[in-house]
Write a protein that binds this ligand. Structure first.
Ligand code: NAP
Ligand code: ZN
Length: 346
């Protein structure tokens, strides 16, 4: 066992407190990681505020983890002490079902074990990355390429893979018109991936405020959704809309922006159900879909792709005592574009 300082909330919407917890004894295939940086995902806020229900408290959020291997179990083969590594949204899966075998552990039939706010297969609660140390089975650890510094690498472990994976799956590529809806932590990375994959990229944000940065990230066009003309001008335009918005939207209005056979893919995950009119689908043979993070193999591919294409998040590094304030600022959309906790301040 090893003790580690963490930031934890005792109940929904409670402020963060510094506590000490124990991480498990290393199993043969486990890795002990000294965490250097931990990104703040909007999912951390949905969870710590128990907006999705079923929250397990006390809770230590954090699934955008970048750190250094501090110790390895006796049967670990992929990593040695000192390696720069990342851990994302999941820390275990059965490893045997068809989805695990095809590298889509997020859809494990036994139930993938989330990095925090979950019970592992021994029934123990999992605690995430707002922490100095974490123990993870090597199967769920990925390698951070040398050219990526630790602070910017951390948000890639969730925001990066959550946008890269659906853009690949729904074939964002040359000739395709792709809209990125919402320009926050996920959205600003989605623009960069869609551009690098060769698609024609349009950003749909509430205001014109982020236009200059959107163009720097690789957008070809930018529209404000607060302007009703936007919906007339863009009707029937897109092959793919990637919705990264954390709140409920007028789904029909966005479906009207799809071409025939176009797809609206949701990664944004508001706590309350959305509504839409089936005719919005029927009249254009359109689809609504969703996507969950990505598998481990694809997470490594995304990191290597990011390194190769110079794709990094724009971050604001904060101290451990600033997390409550950072949550408030994310809720006000006052973040450009990801908060990252410097774990040395914990
Ligand atoms: P974020 O940084 O807060 O970005 C969300 C963006 O949505 C904001 O920047 C804003 O963009 C837009 N937005 C916020 N409130 C809105 C409202 N009321 N109406 C319209 N637009 C609004 O959050 P994030 O970390 O990128 O996460 C986004 C969502 O993805 C969250 O719901 C999170 O839980 C979910 N998520 C899902 C997965 C998955 O696997 N599916 C993984 C990670 C995260 P503009 O200012 O440009 O309008
Ligand atoms: Zn996340």
């Amino acid at each position: 066992m090893c003790n580690t300082h963490v930031l934890s909330v005792s109940s929904a919407k409670a402020p963060f407190e510094k506590k000490t917890i124990e991480r498990r004894e290393l199993r043969p295939d486990d890795i002990l990681i000294d965490i250097k940086y931990s990104g703040i995902c909007h999912s951390d806020i949905h969870s710590a505020h128990d907006e999705w229900g079923g929250g397990i408290f006390p809770m230590v959020p954090g699934h955008e983890i970048a750190g250094v291997v501090a110790a390895v179990g006796s049967e670990v083969t992929k990593f040695v002490v000192g390696d720069r590594v990342g851990v994302g949204c999941f820390v275990d899966s059965c490893g045997e079902c068809e989805y695990c075998l095809s590298g889509e552990e997020q859809f494990c039939m036994k139930g993938v074990v989330s990095t925090y706010n979950a019970l592992d297969y021994d029934g123990q609660p999992t605690y995430g990355g707002y922490s100095q140390k974490i123990v993870v089975t090597e199967r769920f650890v990925v390698r951070i390429p040398d050219v990526l510094s630790m602070d910017v690498a951390s948000p890639l472990l969730c925001a990066g893979i959550t946008t890269y994976s659906p853009l690949k799956h729904w074939n964002a590529s040359p000739g395709k018109k792709v809209a990125i809806l919402g320009m926050g932590g996920l959205g600003h990375l989605a623009i960069q991936y869609a551009h690098a994959l060769g698609a024609e990229v349009t950003v749909l944000s509430r205001s014109m405020n982020k236009k200059n940065e959107a163009m720097e990230f690789g957008a070809d066009h930018y529209f404000a959704t607060s302007d009703p003309n936007t919906f007339n001008e863009l009707a029937g335009r897109f092959d793919l809309i990637l919705n990264t918005v954390s709140a409920n939207l007028d789904v029909d209005a966005y479906l009207s922006l799809l071409r025939i056979d176009g797809t609206l893919v949701n990664v944004g995950a508001p706590g309350k159900p959305d509504q839409y009119n089936v005719f919005s689908l029927i009249m254009g043979r359109r689809s609504i879909a969703g996507s969950l993070v990505g598998g481990i193999r694809e997470t490594q591919e995304m990191l290597d792709f990011s390194a190769q294409h110079g794709i990094v998040p724009k971050i604001e590094v904060i101290r451990a005592d600033q997390v409550d304030e950072a949550y408030e600022r994310v809720l006000q959309s006052d973040v450009r574009y990801r908060f990252v906790i410097d774990i040395s301040t914990l």
